[in-house]
Design a protein around this ligand. Structure first.
Ligand code: M6R
Length: 609
């Protein structure tokens, strides 16, 4: 949710901190702050507002010092005010701290600390950590922080600096992500890899309950018991350029346009002409595909929509009974997980708190977990038995686009692999399925290249206040996803429904002001039924926008507007139908003056419950 960075270097760190925190702005953007140590004093600036606005006012880069922290906030405890922006301090302002997470017992700790004479300057949960560290100020900063952390309940990723140990940066994590970057006589901490990509590609992933001391020369990691830990340095293969806009006005548009590439990257070396090659990747969770009796998919948001489509694919092609659960609900039930059940956890970030909790619940009950994840080194990737990386590259736009189509690609590969290894699909059909997927990157390219008609449509609709999205079968989740994209970035009220359910309620909403987006691609199962649903909308004066298959000229007579997508097999249409809906949401938001990369109230990675 919040983004944190810290740098210890031989040069001035404020310009680097500013660059890094800008790259994390997608995690939270209601307030921003920076602190450095200069001439043995803390020197800090912070305020409510987006980074660019606050920087224009406070000029972060003019802060002096070769060690510092920065923070971009997504408020949980305490309103969006200057006082609540990070960093937070101890009473004497010797210690400065940035935090991502929630201190659940902060109320009780705050009362206790106040009784002992500590005075607080903010309403945040975070500030208690600084005062708890202060309580052990006789110790060095590593030990003082370590002791303070024993008192905390909840989640944290923190960066701490102190004037008493001005050449050390302390970092620790529990349930909130934190990565350490290893540089040349400089070291870094950050909530996420893209923040430090311009400086280093060598990282250490901090585990829950670990604390690190960074100096310019070295990084040492300890458990909270103070025992040193050996850590592996991992080389990241992302390019810093991938995390930049590269001439696009927004990350969201760039990422929509990147999809032909990101889908190809997901396919990678995982397909030959006649085989899906997942043996090695899947072995940890599924040593024998014949033994899988049931699959449960857990995910949140857009990843959950991918899961719904995955369910359709897995049942249809691999004939495995599959259920899809909101991770946030699954974790608080007492789910029954019989023998032979494997769980698939889908997540772009790999750090979504509810998905992590669902994964742990599944493992506790004896299930093997397959992760479909984009971010290497993330918690979900590390804790799963098998990881299928989506390789979509860094996704910065808060609204997930390329990660979604990569998840669908990965789920399709997994499905065809399982269908093949369970003897469900004959070899000629496997070949056809592989050929179908090979066409997808070019077909997505065709859609984005012909975006003019989508833009024009957005011009007609950006002043509307509501929209309904309908789809059937495998495209019902695309209706949900289309509606979610529009809601997220344009703040219009949009609902996704299975088309046939419309007459059981939402039809009451339809009048001549209601745009209804219908996924009406040509297939033998639902097409004629969807045409009937369209007729029902038209009979009530609704405005119908159809996503239709190229060459379907008749549909033009039945609807108000048509966006065509290329033809492919039914099971792959979601990968194509999603794209015009992403572009539509993007242009509606932009035409209405919204910033699609920073939707209000949203954070890219939901690392709190
Ligand atoms: O990183 P994850 O895929 O686990 O994130 C799950 C959701 O928070 C995410 O998909 C969210 O719904 C996006 N903002 C959708 O655009």
């Amino acid at each position: 949710m919040c983004g944190i960075v810290g740098i210890i270097s031989e040069k001035e760190v404020s310009p680097l901190l500013l660059d890094a925190i800008r790259r994390l702005e997608y995690r939270g953007y209601d307030s921003v702050g920076m602190v450095c140590i200069h001439q043995n004093k803390l020197s800090a600036r912070k305020d409510a507002g987006k980074i660019a606005e606050v920087d224009a006012k406070l000029d972060f880069s003019s802060l002096k010092g070769a060690i510092g922290l920065a923070h971009s906030r997504w408020a949980t405890h305490g309103g969006v005010t200057r006082a609540n922006a990070h960093p937070h301090y101890d009473c004497k302002q010797n210690i400065a701290l940035v935090h991502n997470g929630i201190v659940e017992n902060y109320d009780e700790l705050k009362k206790e600390l106040q009784q002992r004479g500590h005075s607080f300057s903010s309403d945040t949960d975070t500030e208690v950590i600084a005062h708890l560290i202060e309580e052990n100020e006789a110790d060095d900063i590593l030990d003082a922080t370590r002791k303070a952390l024993h008192r905390l309940e909840g989640s944290y990723a923190i960066g701490v600096i102190s004037t008493k140990n001005a050449d050390e940066l302390i970092a620790a994590r529990k349930e909130s992500p934190l990565v350490i970057g290893i540089g040349d006589r400089e070291n870094f901490i950050a909530s996420d890899i893209p923040a430090i990509l311009p400086f280093t590609k060598k990282v250490i992933f901090l585990e829950n309950g670990e604390i690190a001391r960074l100096t310019r020369e070295k990084v040492e990691v300890f458990g909270l018991d103070g025992i040193p830990k050996k850590k592996t340095i991992v080389a990241i293969d992302w390019d810093a350029k991938q995390a930049e806009k590269q001439g696009y006005p927004h990350f969201m548009l760039k990422e929509i346009f990147e999809q032909p590439f990101s889908i190809s990257e997901t396919i990678g070396e995982r397909m030959s002409e006649q085989d899906i090659l997942l043996d090695k990747e899947i072995q940890g969770a599924v040593p024998n595909p014949m033994e899988i009796k049931r699959l449960i998919i857990v995910a949140c948001g857009t990843s959950w929509h991918a899961g719904l489509i995955g369910e359709f694919m897995l049942e249809e092609l691999a004939k495995i009974p599959t259920e899809v659960e909101y991770a946030s609900e699954f974790r608080y039930r007492d789910p029954i997980i019989p023998d032979g059940t494997a769980v698939i956890a889908i997540s772009q970030s790999g750090e979504t708190a509810d998905t992590i909790a669902a994964l742990r619940e599944a493992k506790k009950k004896g299930a093997k977990v397959i992760a479909v994840v984009n971010v290497e080194g993330s918690t979900i990737a590390r804790e799963s038995d098998s990881v299928l990386f989506t390789h979509a590259g860094p996704e910065i736009g808060v609204a997930s686009t390329k990660a979604f189509t990569s998840q669908l690609t990965m789920l399709y590969l997994l499905t065809v692999y399982l269908a093949e290894h369970r003897g469900i699909l004959p070899q000629d059909q496997i070949r056809n399925r592989i050929r179908d997927l090979r066409k997808i990157p070019h077909q997505v390219q065709e859609i984005v290249e012909n975006q003019e008609s989508i833009k024009e449509l957005a011009e007609l609709f950006f002043r509307h206040t509501n929209a309904l999205y309908l789809g059937r079968g495998i495209n019902y989740p695309i209706a949900l996803e289309g509606a979610l994209k529009l809601k997220e970035v344009s703040y219009l009220h949009a609902e996704g429904y299975p088309a046939a359910e419309m007459k059981h309620g939402p039809i009451a909403l339809i009048d001549e002001k209601m745009p209804v987006v219908v996924i009406a691609t040509k297939d033998t199962r639902t097409y004629t039924k969807v045409l009937s649903n369209i007729a029902e909308v038209k009979a009530r004066g609704g405005i119908v926008i159809a996503i239709a298959s190229a060459g379907d000229n008749e549909i033009k007579e039945k609807v108000d507007h048509v966006l065509y997508i290329p033809e492919n097999s039914y099971i792959l249409t979601p990968l194509l139908a999603a794209v015009p809906l992403q572009l539509f949401a993007y242009y509606v938001a932009v035409l209405d003056g919204k910033d699609p990369d920073k939707p209000v109230n949203l954070a890219k990675s939901v690392t709190v419950e």
